[in-house]
Ligand binder design. Structure first.
Ligand code: GDP
Ligand code: MG
Length: 153
């Protein structure tokens, strides 16, 4: 058990389908803490860095075309075992095979357009957070508001 940070993306299909709020809400509702958040266009260069393990695969040109097609939302999320917790919530790669109850299983029918990315190991999380966020864009903050006090402004 360790507090981890992970890189999550709402991919272009999620943005185009107006599922940003739904997907973000699922991670937030689970209890993951958002420590970085932005919308950006993935360039071909960024795509090749992010997906370096897939660049030589036959499907890579299609994947690059997809991930660079329109903006994504990048989320840095923190929590105990955040990397595996998020991966479990996402479901398996192919939306048609992903289990009901997972984000992909509930909302996607595609192997490529599967709505979300999540880092798959601590090494990948560090590498991918570095690709998408500068140090200044990752925020440390405490959950310290006395929101449960009845009195006061
Ligand atoms: P993930 O870790 O579950 O996202 O899956 P992978 O690391 O295996 O693949 C990265 C991404 O490439 C997936 O999320 C899909 O968007 C896409 N992808 C994976 N396999 C295929 C494939 O066989 N064909 C196509 N077109 N895209 C794929
Ligand atoms: Mg992967």
């Amino acid at each position: 058990m360790a507090v981890e940070r992970t890189l999550l993306l709402v991919k272009p299909d999620g943005v185009q389908r107006r599922l940003v709020g739904t997907i973000l809400s699922r991670f937030e509702s689970k209890g993951l803490k958002i420590v970085g958040l932005k919308m950006l266009n993935v360039t071909p260069e960024l795509a090749r860095k992010h997906y370096e393990e897939h660049v030589e695969k036959p499907f890579y040109p299609l994947l690059e075309e997809f991930i660079t097609a329109s903006p994504v939302v990048a989320i840095a999320a923190e929590g105990v075992d955040a990397i595996s917790v998020a991966r479990t919530m996402m479901g398996s790669t192919n939306g048609r095979e992903a289990a009901p109850g997972t984000i992909r299983g509930d909302l996607s029918q595609s192997r490529q357009m599967n709505l979300v990315h999540g880092s798959d190991s601590p090494e990948a999380a560090k590498r991918e957070l570095d690709i998408y966020f500068s140090a200044a864009e990752l925020l440390d903050y405490d959950l310290n508001l006395s929101v449960y006090l009845a009195a006061g402004d």
